[in-house]
Write a protein that binds this ligand. Structure first.
Ligand SMILES: *[C@@H]1O[C@H](CO)[C@@H](O)[C@H](O)[C@H]1NC(C)=O
Ligand SMILES: *[C@@H]1O[C@H](CO)[C@@H](O)[C@H](O)[C@H]1NC(C)=O
Ligand SMILES: *[C@@H]1O[C@H](CO)[C@@H](O)[C@H](O)[C@H]1NC(C)=O
Length: 247
C-alpha cells in the first residue's frame, strides 16, 4: 500500500511508539485513509486502519476525570509523554481476523497495562480501556467488535465471555469474574512455558456505506463454541517482531 509507514508528523499526532502494523489488504481496497486519526467511510472488502494504544488506565481520561474518556488521537491526552505504545492494524472490513502482538518484543505491563482501540477524528470512536497486564498477570485473549453505521465507525467494544474459556485450565486464573489471565511467571519470556502473545479476535457489525450488513459478528457468535484461535490461527495478520518505529 506504500502509505502507512510514511506518515507526516502533522498527521501523526500520536507521538508514541508504533509497535506493529498490519499487512496490506489485497484486492479491492478503496479506502485510502491509512492513519487511525482521520475519518473515513468504508464498504465491505476495504481495508480499515485502527489503532490500539497501550498505557495506564488513567492516561486515557482527560484530567483524570473518569467520565471524560478521550480518543488517543486527541492532543489533550499526553500519551506521548508516558511509556505508551501504539499498535496499528489494517484488517479487511467484514472479515473475521485474529490480530496478534508478539510478546517477545512487547510487554504490555511496562506500557501501562491497559489498552484502548480507536479510530477517527471528528467521529472519534474509542473502546473502553481493557486491562491487559500488570506485574502479576496477563490477559492474552480478546474479542473486539467494530460497529459501523453506513460505513462510518461508530463504536468499538470488547466482548467478554466471563471466564468460560479458561474453566478447568490449570495455567489460567479468572480475574474479577471477567478475564482469563496467565501468571506472568508462566510466560515464556519470563521463564515459564506459556506463549503470552496477545490475540485479538476482530468482528464487524452494522452497515457499510452501501447499507450492506456487516455480519462477521454473527459468525463469531456461532463459532464461539469452537476454538476460534485454532480455526483462525493461520489468518494471523500482525507483523510479528517487525515493530517499526515511525520516528
Ligand atoms: C468530570 O467531567 C464531568 C463532565 O464534563 C463534569 O461534570 C465533572 O464535574 C468532572 N469532574 C471532576 C472531578 O472534575
Ligand atoms: C513470537 O515470536 C517468536 C520469536 O520470533 C516466535 O517463536 C513465536 O512463535 C511468535 N508467537 C506468535 C504468537 O506469533
Ligand atoms: C494485578 O491485577 C489483578 C487483577 O485486577 C489484581 O488482583 C492484582 O492485585 C494486581 N497485581 C498487582 C501487582 O498490581
Amino acid at each position: 500500500m506504500g502509505g502507512p509507514s510514511r506518515w507526516t508528523p502533522t498527521i501523526l499526532i500520536l507521538a508514541i511508539t508504533a509497535i506493529s502494523i498490519l499487512a496490506p489488504v489485497q484486492g479491492d481496497d478503496n479506502n485510502h485513509v491509512y492513519t487511525p486519526c482521520r475519518d473515513t467511510t468504508v464498504q465491505r472488502d476495504d481495508g480499515f486502519t485502527f489503532g490500539i494504544a497501550f498505557s495506564s488506565r488513567s492516561s486515557f481520561f482527560f484530567n483524570n476525570n473518569a467520565s471524560v474518556q478521550l480518543s488517543p488521537c486527541d492532543h489533550r491526552l499526553s500519551l506521548s509523554s508516558s511509556n505508551s505504545q501504539l499498535a496499528l492494524f489494517r484488517p479487511k472490513v467484514d472479515e473475521i481476523s485474529l490480530l496478534t502482538i508478539n510478546s517477545s518484543s512487547f510487554s504490555p505491563d511496562s506500557a501501562g497495562g491497559n489498552m484502548v482501540a480507536f479510530a477517527g477524528s471528528k467521529y472519534a470512536a474509542r473502546s473502553p480501556p481493557a486491562f491487559v497486564a500488570n506485574s502479576s498477570f496477563i490477559v492474552t485473549s480478546f474479542t473486539l467488535i467494530l460497529e459501523f453505521k453506513q460505513g462510518r465507525l461508530e463504536n468499538l467494544f470488547w466482548k467478554r465471555d466471563g471466564c468460560a474459556s479458561c474453566e478447568g485450565k490449570s495455567k489460567f486464573v479468572c480475574l474479577n469474574n471477567q478475564d482469563c489471565a496467565i501468571r506472568m511467571n508462566d510466560c515464556k519470556n519470563r521463564g515459564g512455558s506459556m506463549d503470552c502473545s496477545l490475540g485479538i479476535q476482530l468482528a464487524f457489525s452494522g452497515t457499510d456505506k452501501h447499507y450492506t450488513v456487516l455480519n462477521s459478528w454473527y459468525e463469531v457468535e456461532n463459532l464461539r463454541q469452537y476454538s476460534l484461535f485454532g480455526l483462525y490461527s493461520n489468518l494471523r495478520k500482525s507483523f510479528s517482531d517487525q515493530f517499526s518505529n515511525f520516528f
